[in-house]
Each structure stands twice: as structure tokens, then as C-alpha cells.
Design a binder for this molecule. Structure first.
Ligand SMILES: [Zn+2]
Length: 181
């Protein structure tokens, strides 16, 4: 299996690798240690110490805190709570739901009906970076895009089980119910 050196992976992450080389990497069998090397590079670029378990977006990571809790954390250090709760509940949200507001991002026939669709932009309260954008029917709950089964991923795919297992379940509704109490 081919091995990529860390320098080459860094250039891949930064988009600096020539397209011909990127294609070679895409076509070849995957290096078993590539995930760990990728995480190692990302870890060296964040200003905090918590171990990165999985990158979620260019700014968000699932990390393991010293006490074993797994939380979503932004590159800036802002935390969004338990990773099993949709992090969007802890983000700043800007909603575009009028023709005027939607007209700023859509053109002509691409424009959705403002009566039916809204665009929600999620921002980090810590650094103000835009984290995600979703176009959804009005009234639809925030889309929980990715709830990874980390214990299965680490034990069965990487062969390196995590020290402390946690229950794998979507906890988003528990949090919302807590707001109503
Ligand atoms: Zn941030």
C-alpha cells in the first residue's frame, strides 16, 4: 500500500498539490495510516490541546476532553457541547426567508419560493466564522448532518479502540426537551 509523507498530505489539505498528483492519490489504494496522519496535521494547526477524534467541517472538530467527554469544538476554541447533540443548537443563526434576503444569494430561476424555503446560515459565537449553510423547508428542524459512531470507527476501522466508550445515540431532542422544562 502506498504511503504518503506528511508534507505531501499537508499540501493536499491546503490545495497546493498538483492535480496530476491528486489524481494519482485518488486512484491508488488508500494508505491505512492516512487518517491518523491527516488528524496529526490538523492537530498541529489548532491552538488547543484536546485530542481531535474527527474533523466535521473546516472549522469544527469532535474532540476528547481531559475528562473523557466528546464535544464539538471550533478552531478558535469555542465549544458546542456533546457531539451527540446537533452543534447547530449552540451556533448563531442568520435566517434568510424573504424574497429580498434570498435575492442576495440566488439569481433568476434558481431562486426558491420564499414562502416555502428558508436559508439558514450558522456562525461560530467565538470567531464569527460561517460554519454551515442549509436551504430547508420552513419549519424543518436544523439538519443534523453527521453523527459519527466513533467507537465503531476507531475499533473496527482503525483498529485502535478509544479508551472510554460512550453511548452512540442522537441526544439532540433531549436537549430541546430540557429547554421546555
Ligand atoms: Zn470559532
Amino acid at each position: 500500500m502506498p504511503e504518503y509523507n506528511v508534507n505531501e498530505l499537508e499540501r493536499l489539505i491546503d490545495g497546493d498539490l498538483p492535480w496530476t498528483r491528486v489524481q494519482e492519490i485518488m486512484k491508488s489504494p488508500k494508505d491505512g495510516s492516512r487518517f491518523q496522519k491527516w488528524v496529526q496535521i490538523l492537530q498541529s494547526r489548532v491552538p488547543w490541546e484536546e485530542r481531535i477524534l474527527l474533523p466535521l467541517t473546516p472549522h469544527l472538530y469532535v474532540v476528547e476532553r481531559a475528562g473523557g467527554e466528546r464535544v464539538v469544538k471550533c478552531t478558535c476554541g469555542q465549544e458546542f457541547g456533546d457531539y451527540r447533540v446537533n452543534w447547530k443548537l449552540s451556533a448563531l443563526i442568520h435566517v434568510r426567508d424573504s424574497e429580498k434576503e434570498l435575492g442576495k444569494i440566488y439569481r433568476g430561476s434558481e431562486m426558491p419560493e420564499a414562502e416555502w424555503v428558508q436559508v439558514r446560515e450558522y456562525y461560530c459565537p467565538g470567531c464569527g466564522n460561517q460554519l454551515e449553510v442549509e436551504a430547508v423547508p420552513r419549519g424543518c428542524p436544523p439538519d443534523f448532518e453527521f453523527l459519527p459512531d466513533l467507537d465503531t470507527f476507531y475499533s473496527e476501522w482503525l483498529g485502535q479502540p478509544l479508551d472510554r466508550k460512550v453511548e452512540f445515540a442522537d441526544k439532540t431532542l433531549d436537549t430541546v426537551r430540557g429547554w421546555q422544562a
